[in-house]
Design a binder for this molecule. Structure first.
Ligand code: AMP
Ligand code: GLY
Length: 418
């Protein structure tokens, strides 16, 4: 199978690494990729936001399977364009990708499917904002209705800050979504969905805030671990039955079946799992830990998803133990970042690349906000954590920062669903 991966983050490096180990893969390419994927796969330039550009590359390269990593090409219709050329594509149509592309659409689907989620209201007129804010709180959740790379959300107990965030979004012409606050630990569950059949992967936990102890602004994700030693027994089955199956059935009933990876971002509240958000693709950085534990070859699995044959795919096999990833971010992230700094120590097993590129003189330099995703594995969560942080200590990137508390509370048994 000739497999083309679209994207340039550590998620795509993790996908490329897993595909490179799969004997069914005879040729592998990644576009646009990074310095890490370039060591394992052919690299091509592509405008990921242009469905025609993605489909042209897939056809010219004679791909048998295209795996689309990020949400931007999916929401723009890359999977539709690739399938229109007769090539199998892992990733939903633009119509189904709206589950991530519009929070209002996701809420509508969840209401129709009876899926538990926060109560919400859309505000698109500043004159209605104050009255709407009075119906929420005292912890306010204010979101950008569209794609915001995880950065469009404010969760705050300060009404003035909630109002200011909403006004900034409205002034930029973005409708605002207000939500009730969901309490409880968060979990991410990735499910392969081929329209009807659902195959869950392993639940993971992501760290969205930039600083230790969840301080500072939201980011794309600063670290993750899997599996969740504190997860209630039966969590995966419950989420699949109450959330994933009903949503897949609702999207099929609307004539826009979901094919690809449906990612449920969950709050595990005292009254059961509730949906915080859906994503229409693998999560980053959770993919880096989940795929490091998956033993089933991925090319056949993703191809079965893309072609509607998941029901005849053998059960997944997993390694025992745990995985932890720590993201090393460039100076300034999640704001304006510095790039072009030389990175040393990044060419080690388990160090996945995101914003990196190889300079003409051979040096690897930073080229983005999240630069590396360092993965450690171990028989226990503390061992996986120690390995990840040991590897982090061997990397040098001027001005970089990372969280020091990824998987710390879970390692000490401090997380519980009440
Ligand atoms: P989102 O972009 O919707 O995933 O939101 C980013 C982060 O904001 C989530 O991972 C949560 O930590 C937090 N968040 C979003 N919605 C809520 C909510 N209704 N209640 C509590 N926290 C939330
Ligand atoms: N880990 C969060 C995301 O992929 O959206």
């Amino acid at each position: 199978m000739r497999v083309l991966v679209i994207g340039s983050g550590a998620r795509e490096h993790a996908l490329v690494l897993a595909l490179a180990h799969d004997p069914a893969v005879v040729a592998l390419a990644c576009a646009p990729g990074n310095a890490g994927t370039a060591a394992l796969a052919e690299s091509y330039g592509v405008d990921v936001a242009s469905p025609a550009s993605v489909a042209d590359l897939a056809a010219e390269w004679q791909a048998d399977l295209v795996v689309v990593g990020p949400e931007v090409p999916l929401v723009a219709g890359a999977a539709d364009a690739v399938r229109a050329r007769g090539i199998a594509c892992f990733g939903p149509s633009a119509a189904a990708a709206r589950i991530e592309g519009s929070k209002a659409f996701a809420k509508d689907v969840m209401a129709a499917a009876g899926v538990p989620t926060a109560h919400s209201e859309i505000v698109d007129n500043p004159a209605r904002l104050d009255a709407a804010l009075r119906r929420f709180g005292p912890t306010w959740v204010v979101k950008d209705d569209g794609l915001a790379a995880g950065k469009g959300v404010a969760v705050t107990s300060d009404l003035a800050a909630a109002r200011a965030h909403a006004m900034t979004l409205l002034e930029d012409g973005h409708p605002v979504l207000l939500e009730t606050f969901l309490d409880g630990p968060e979990a991410s569950l990735f499910c392969l969905v081929d329209g009807t059949t659902v195959v869950p992967l392993m639940p993971a936990q992501d760290f969205k805030r930039v600083g230790d102890g969840d301080a500072g602004p939201n980011t794309g994700g600063m670290g993750a671990y899997a599996p969740l030693p504190w997860a209630p027994a039966g969590l995966v089955d419950e989420v699949v039955a109450k959330i994933i199956h009903p949503v897949a059935a609702e999207l099929s009933a609307r004539g826009t079946p979901f094919s690809g990876l449906l990612y449920a971002g969950l709050a595990l509240t005292s009254t059961g799992p509730q949906v915080i958000e859906f994503n229409c693709r693998f999560g980053d950085p959770e993919t880096q830990v989940v795929l490091s534990l998956l033993r089933t070859p991925v090319a056949g699995l993703l191809h079965a998803t893309a072609t509607g044959s998941l029901s005849s795919h053998p059960a997944l096999e997993w390694s025992d133990g745990f995985a932890v990833t720590v993201v090393i971010a460039a100076e300034g992230y999640p704001g304006r970042v510095r790039s072009g700094d030389v990175i040393t120590g990044a060419e080690t097993d388990g160090i996945l690349h995101a914003g990196t590129r190889r300079r003409e003189d051979g040096a690897i330099v930073s080229a983005g906000g999240r630069v590396l995703s360092v993965v450690g594995t171990g028989a226990t969560l503390p061992e996986a954590r120690d390995e990840a942080y040991h590897k982090v200590s061997t990397v040098h990137l001027p001005g970089s920062h990372h969280r020091n508390d990824i998987a710390e509370r879970a390692s000490h048994g401090e997380i519980a669903v009440v």
